[in-house]
Design a protein around this ligand. Sequence first.
Ligand SMILES: [Zn+2]
Length: 312
Amino acid sequence: MNRYQSIKPEQKYTVRQFDREFPAEDACLEYVKERRFPGGIALCVNCRKERKHYRVSGRTSYACHACGNHIYPLAGTIFHKSTTSLRTWFYVIRLMASTRVGVSAKHIQRETGVTYKTAWRMMKQIRKLMGENITLNGPVEMDEAYFGAPDANKHRHLLRQDSKATVFGIVERRGRVVARVLPDASKDSILPVVGEVLPPKTMIYSDQSATIEQVRWMGQSHKLSTVNHSERYVDGYAHTNTIDGFWSLVKRGIKGVYYQVGIGYLQSYLNEYAFRYNRRKVMRPMFSLLAERTTMQVCPSAREERLLARPE
Ligand SMILES: [Zn+2]
């Protein structure tokens, strides 16, 4: 089940390629600028027109060619107000997109020279870009697992009262995965996820008879009659190797790397693993997608809003 090794050479994104593409700070800034304001064309809040903007040397801004008003491509992104260089950010994004079982804050500290705390914060921000809502197509496997605090004896101070977390996963065979932290493995917790992720009549394999019973109940429920997941489980095919493989990948990663994962952070780690798993054959697009996501969902600054709101 070593699927990450099947990455084709042309799909790899090596350090050398990265260095060529982003040799220095400017190239990274230019990348963000091009994503947000292609060709430097942006609405100038002062002119109230689409204007061409030019790089202001020594700053992270670009100036309107007509009035000189500045735009800041980094504003509203995870890079904004960070004292860490943009190139280091990009480098860490590449690391997180190309690792197989996860990368530690310690490793990032060693590779980039930022402090442990900074590395940890950067990872947390990048992980936020990895969440996604997808639906899956059958046949799928589903299963729950329980994640305890690893090395419980060594890290007793990190343990809370109920440190076992219930996680629930659905995976396409040879395909993508959805993994969620749930309060428990009851049908009230599981069925909404099933209803959200799977179309009706999806063929499901699971070796948890309890889970299957719950899904079957859903299929017969009048309240949820649009969804019918209960199909027949054919013996030879009724295995859960795929989802088991995913859980062991995550568990190995958390054990070796994220040994301090608290339950509060577990979902974002699951998102990170699922993000990579779902793109395991294409590293280059994985980096691009993450880098692109850094430039999405950015809002105008307070100053820009003020200028836009002023009367004509
Ligand atoms: Zn202007």
